[in-house]
Design a protein around this ligand. Structure first.
Ligand code: ZN
Length: 239
C-alpha cells in the first residue's frame, strides 16, 4: 500500500460533474494542501441531470462543466478534463478504456480514484450505471491498458504516450469500503465544492445537515469519534 509520501500525483476519474465532490472532495483538499497535483477526468457533461429544464441538454452540459471547474477550485484543483460522453448512456467498452488510458499516460498518477464497478445493494445511490461503467473501464485502463505498450498502440505511435503503471486505486461507493479518511479539517471545503453544483443541489432543503449526518456516520464507522467526518474508499493495490 502507498503511504502518503508515495503519492505525488492523483487522477480522479468520475462519470458526472459533482461525483468527485460527493465522494472524495475532502480527501482531495488534503492532497492539494500537501502539494499533491490532482487532475479530474469527468466522462460526461452531466447533461441529463438537474432540475432547471428551461435549459436544453446542451445548455445543461455547459453549465455543469463550469460548475465542476468552480468546485475543483474550491479544493485546490485546476486541471479538469471532460471526455464528452452522453450522460446516462456510458458503457465500459474499448473506446472509454482507451480514453481513460490516454489520460493516465498523460498525467502519470501514483493513485487513481474512481467509482466502484460493483453494485452496492445496501445503498443504491452510488451504483448508477454510468458510475459502474466508468469505474470498470478505469480499472481496466489501470490494468492492463495503461501499462501495456501493446494495448492501444496508437497512443504510443501517434501521441508518444509511454506505458505507465498506477500503483494504487481507491474506489468510491462500493459495498466493502476498507479505507477511511478523516476529512474533518477540510469538510468546509468539501461543502463549498458541493455548493458549486447549484443546478443539482440548490433545491435540496437542509443539504448541509444531510451531508454532515452522512459523513459523520462514516466517521463513526471508522472509529474516528464524535464531531468527525470521514470519506470511505476500497483500496486496490495495482502496482
Ligand atoms: Zn454521478
Amino acid at each position: 500500500m502507498l503511504n502518503e509520501d508515495g503519492i505525488s500525483r492523483v487522477l480522479v476519474v468520475t462519470a458526472h460533474p459533482d461525483d468527485v465532490d460527493f465522494g472524495a472532495a475532502g480527501s482531495i483538499a488534503q492532497f492539494t494542501e500537501r502539494g499533491v497535483a490532482v487532475t479530474y477526468c469527468v466522462a460526461t457533461d452531466g447533461d441529463a441531470g438537474g432540475f432547471d429544464r428551461e435549459l436544453d441538454n446542451g445548455g445543461m452540459a455547459e453549465l455543469r462543466r463550469s460548475e465542476q471547474i468552480t468546485a475543483a477550485k474550491a479544493v485546490g484543483v485546476s486541471d479538469v478534463r471532460f471526455l464528452g460522453y452522453r450522460d446516462g448512456t456510458v458503457e465500459p467498452g474499448l473506446g472509454l478504456r482507451r480514453d481513460i488510458a490516454r489520460v493516465i499516460r498523460q498525467v502519470r498518477p501514483d493513485l487513481v480514484v474512481t467509482h466502484s464497478p460493483e453494485r452496492n445493494y445496501v445503498n443504491i445511490s452510488p451504483s448508477h450505471p454510468d458510475h459502474r461503467a466508468v469505474g470498470g473501464a478505469a480499472l481496466d485502463a489501470v490494468y492492463p491498458d495503461a501499462r501495456n505498450p501493446y494495448a492501444f498502440p496508437e497512443l504510443l505511435a501517434d501521441e508518444e504516450l509511454a506505458a505507465w503503471v498506477v500503483k494504487e486505486v481507491w474506489l468510491i461507493g462500493g459495498p466493502t469500503p476498507d479505507h477511511f479518511v478523516d476529512v474533518t479539517a477540510t469538510f468546509d471545503r468539501k461543502l463549498a465544492a458541493l455548493h458549486s453544483h447549484a443546478s443539482q443541489v440548490s433545491h435540496m432543503d437542509a443539504f448541509d445537515d444531510f451531508l454532515r449526518t452522512r459523513f459523520a456516520q462514516m466517521a463513526q464507522r471508522a472509529g474516528f469519534g464524535e464531531g468527525h467526518y470521514a470519506e470511505a474508499f476500497q483500496r486496490v493495490v495495482t502496482a
